[in-house]
Ligand binder design. Sequence first.
Ligand code: FE2
Length: 466
Amino acid sequence: MAHLRDCKAWQDAGLLLSTTSNEACKMYDAALTQYVTWKNDNSLGGLEGTFSKLQAADPNFLMGHVIANGLVLIGTGSSPRLDRKLDGAIKKMVALSQSQPLTEREKLHVSALELFANGQLPKACDTWDQILQNHPTDLLALKFAHDTYFYLGHQTQMRDSIARVYPYWTPDIPLSSYLKGMYSFGLMETNFFDRAEKLAYEALAINQTDAWSVHTIAHVNEMKADLKSGLSFMKQTENNWKDSDMLACHNYWHWALYFIEKGDYEAALTIYDTHIAPRCQFSGTMLDVVDNCSMLYRLQLEGLNVGDRWKAVNQLTKKHAKDHILVFNDAHILMSSLGAQDHKTTDELLATLHEVTQAPDEDHELNLVPKLGLPLLKAFVEFDNGNYDKAVELLYPIRYQIVEIGGSNAQRDIFAQLLIHAALKCKSKANQKLARCLLLERDELRPNSPLTERLLRKTTALHALG
Ligand SMILES: [Fe+2]
């Protein structure tokens, strides 16, 4: 990796790192670069190898601990409540921060991670934004905030936290083109599709391997149900983003979504079997795991038999059934245990969710459980049991609040689809009418969607029968 910044380079950039080891500074830069580009650098042994080198260069380098712990936390695959190793690492980082002189910025980084580890996600974001007021080019703070706003469903904040620092990012700053991709994602999630697309293309003109900018364009095409552009763009750019191993599975998921839209389920399944499933089995990361669950569940909603594919996914998800880090993750883990008919895991997930919710303290996600998490999860269970009226009863009242569980508009569409399918399957006329209303609304906002048209035809058939 070329031009990694040493102690002086970081200091000159106004982002002093409290270590005398140039190697530690360079490995911090290498880790940050891999995080922002979504790509493990094999020449360094990936993030894992980078962190070993960083640790060896200066075991007490605080920002090294911050980035290593932060990446585990932000991955949402380990809960400090259950994972002793992670809990110990955070405690060690806090102790280290108290035993050496640090800059104000570094101290705030530690506080932000402590808040995140404690489930106080909005306060963690406030802390990163506080850092950015004085240090608008602190990419670690920016990216942690970006990802956490995403988990919170705070779409406007995700856009604006980049907007307010964007002018400071002159082209000479390393990784500056990636800011365009991050900003464009926030613009896209707040429905500024044209501006989002323009910025993402600007980023790609500078660096065509920017997988996050590719991803924004994938979303724009998804939101517009523009299958033709979506399919050709993914095909044309595949070689540029497929080696961004931390995001490739997700970009393939987007590609497969266009095939589901089109009704070409075999093509979607082929992408699933060739790229989505193997990458997930290899990485086991939560992003890949939720994509696997979401893809199989969507195909099932479309009426496809996905065979025993759930079994392999469930092997991965059941290990996370007690984590309860994000309601969004819980919903996907549940799809998998239901899909695999693993009743034990389904029961365990719901029972432990009840348990942890008894003492939510300041954990943001756990506080969402009574009003959002439980009705959402129960709706999946009722749907699975064929109790479609009950599923509608649970889902319909919360549909405008579901954004609060985070994820992207495209990812959360699965909940909108579940509600429509449940309403369509109801015996009651009222709910069948509701299905038609929901579909008409969907068609207005996202015209020319073949998926919507297929479902609308079902409501017409129901009307003809009734
Ligand atoms: Fe996405």
